[in-house]
Ligand binder design. Structure first.
Ligand SMILES: [Zn+2]
Length: 508
């Protein structure tokens, strides 16, 4: 029998310390266009839509898609409007299942567990019999509300997130198993009250070992369906924040509590290993000066990463490069709507006196500098790399301004996904001709620049590098900001959706 499955996405990683994200800057796609655009794209949502499209026993019902680049807390009114729309759609469509791509670290100006609230509301509208499946980012702040309302809640397993697409396919597979009555999801959650300040790639250090152990357990134990390990988003301020392990079992699995507790305990015991090895801006420019013998350098501006929610308006690397002892050539973006407007009201070839960048991040200043307008652009730029390939770069209108005949500066009107060569190439800036390009990403740009540039990681100032004491946490009680030594691990909790399949569990 044909199953009617509704799909959509509400995806945002909300920086608790950047300026709030206004609703005018958010794109919402609805109707059949949502399905067309998701097909074949490298995200969790692409995997969901492709997996469902392949099946002849599924009718696909599009609801709504908002893929929002990381930035400050979402305007609460915007969120309420979205929630209302989704509730109306679920009421009207009466689907058998609902499959959603959520990041899991969304906050609004009034609410810290947005995904928990969202799923709670959808559950109360959909009723108990509708299967709700969610694909999450592993930087989600996973909460009891999410695990109570959703039937399937699993995270991607890799950082950089090269497995988003497969995560989407896996969520579909598991939702179909629940619909068929073969999977009875039970979740067991444990959290260590700590931030992991750095070393968050899953192919390195402690995370490599933790994930390897999780995969062995999944493969060797029939009752274990999935183990998702979450590195809570460092720049959010969430109640009961921490490094989490969530075990999904088919029915109750008595050893689950001990297993998740051990993962949380290992996070805690190895907390000092979560640190990055970073370069100063000067050291990175020394490496960039090795050209032309070597590949250009992709300088990851960690403090100003738009992919971690910072505004992307730093000019500090540009200023250092202009003052560097040898003449370097480089390309970078600066999130600066005013400079974009200034360029758009002049013409290609005009010289602008700019107050460039530094208007959005509290500790930055605008940089007074002249440049020549080279490109004025109103077209959407698509990302082409394996990471987020097919998605919009979400930069809004842009302008390319050349400074000092050697620096190609792309002013953007939105923060954007500055993690892909096409951000530059689409403006006629060839990576191979540069000594360096600046990216606003720590992980996801790597695969996209593979073979084009060598990655370097900079300890640069801004809102997106975690240092103890810099981010004043009001809700979160986490190491290293707070002393939690007496009680570092939250006791494991079990969640099962009661009522369905006449299948009851005692929830503790
Ligand atoms: Zn992530």
């Amino acid at each position: 029998m044909t199953k009617r499955i509704a799909v959509g996405r509400l995806f945002h990683e909300s920086h608790g310390y950047a300026r709030p994200t206004i609703s005018e800057s958010i794109t919402v796609v609805r109707g059949d266009r949502l399905i067309r655009e998701a097909r074949g794209n490298g995200t969790t949502f692409g995997g969901i839509v492709d997996a469902l499209t392949e099946r002849c026993d599924v009718e696909l019902l599009p609801i709504s898609d908002s893929m929002i680049a990381p930035s400050g807390l979402i305007d609460h009114g915007f969120y309420l409007d979205q929630r209302r729309f989704w509730e109306e759609q679920v009421k009207g469509l009466r689907p058998d299942a609902l499959i959603i791509d959520l990041h899991g670290a969304m906050g609004t100006t009034e609410l810290d567990d947005v995904e928990g609230d969202f799923l709670d509301h959808l559950r109360s509208v959909a009723g108990e019999s509708v299967v709700i499946g969610v694909g999450l980012d592993l930087h989600a702040n996973i909460t009891p509300s999410m695990l109570s309302a959703g039937d399937i809640c699993i995270a991607c397993k890799q950082n950089p997130h090269n497995d988003y697409y497969d995560t989407g396919k896996r969520v579909v597979e598991l939702v179909l198993e629940v619909l068929a009555g073969r999977l009875h999801p039970v979740y067991t959650l444990a959290k260590a009250r700590m931030i992991a300040p750095g070393k968050l790639e899953t192919h390195l250090g402690p995370l490599k070992q933790l994930h390897a152990r999780a995969r062995v357990l999944e493969q060797s134990t029939p009752a274990i369906v999935d183990i998702s390990l979450y590195n809570a988003y460092r720049f959010g301020d969430f109640t009961d924040m921490g490094q989490a392990a969530v075990l999904l079992s088919n029915g109750r699995y008595p050893q689950a509590k001990e297993i998740v507790y051990k993962f949380a305990q290992e996070f805690w015991e190895r907390r000092d290993e979560f640190n990055d090895d970073l370069l100063t801006i000067e050291e990175a420019l020394d490496a960039a000066a090795e050209r032309p013998k070597r590949l250009p350098k992709a300088l990851a501006d960690l403090g100003d990463r738009t992919l971690a929610g910072a505004p992307g308006d730093s000019t500090l690397i540009l200023q250092a490069a202009m003052n560097y002892k040898r003449p370097l050539k480089g390309a970078m973006t600066v999130h600066d709507p005013e400079t974009v407007a200034q360029a758009h009201t002049s013409s290609v070839g005009a010289t602008l006196a700019m107050r460039l960048g530094g208007k959005l991040t509290p500790q930055f200043e605008p940089f007074d500098v002249e440049g020549v307008v080279k490109v004025i652009n109103r077209k959407d730029v698509k990302l082409i790399g394996p990471n987020f390939g097919g998605e919009s770069a979400a930069m809004g209108d842009t302008a390319l301004v050349e400074i000092d005949n050697r620096f190609q500066v792309i002013a953007t009107s939105k923060p954007g996904f500055i993690s892909d060569p096409n951000v530059f190439e689409s403006h006629g800036v060839h990576i191979r001709n540069q000594d360096f390009v600046v990216v606003k990403s720590q992980y996801h740009f790597n695969a996209n620049f593979n073979g084009l540039a060598t990655s370097l990681y900079l300890a640069s100032p801004g809102l997106a590098y975690y240092l103890p004491g810099v981010f004043d946490k009001k809700r979160a009680r986490v190491w290293p900001d707070v002393d939690v030594e007496a009680d570092p691990i939250l006791p494991p909790q079990v969640f099962a959706r009661q009522g369905r399949f006449n299948y009851r569990l005692k929830i503790n």
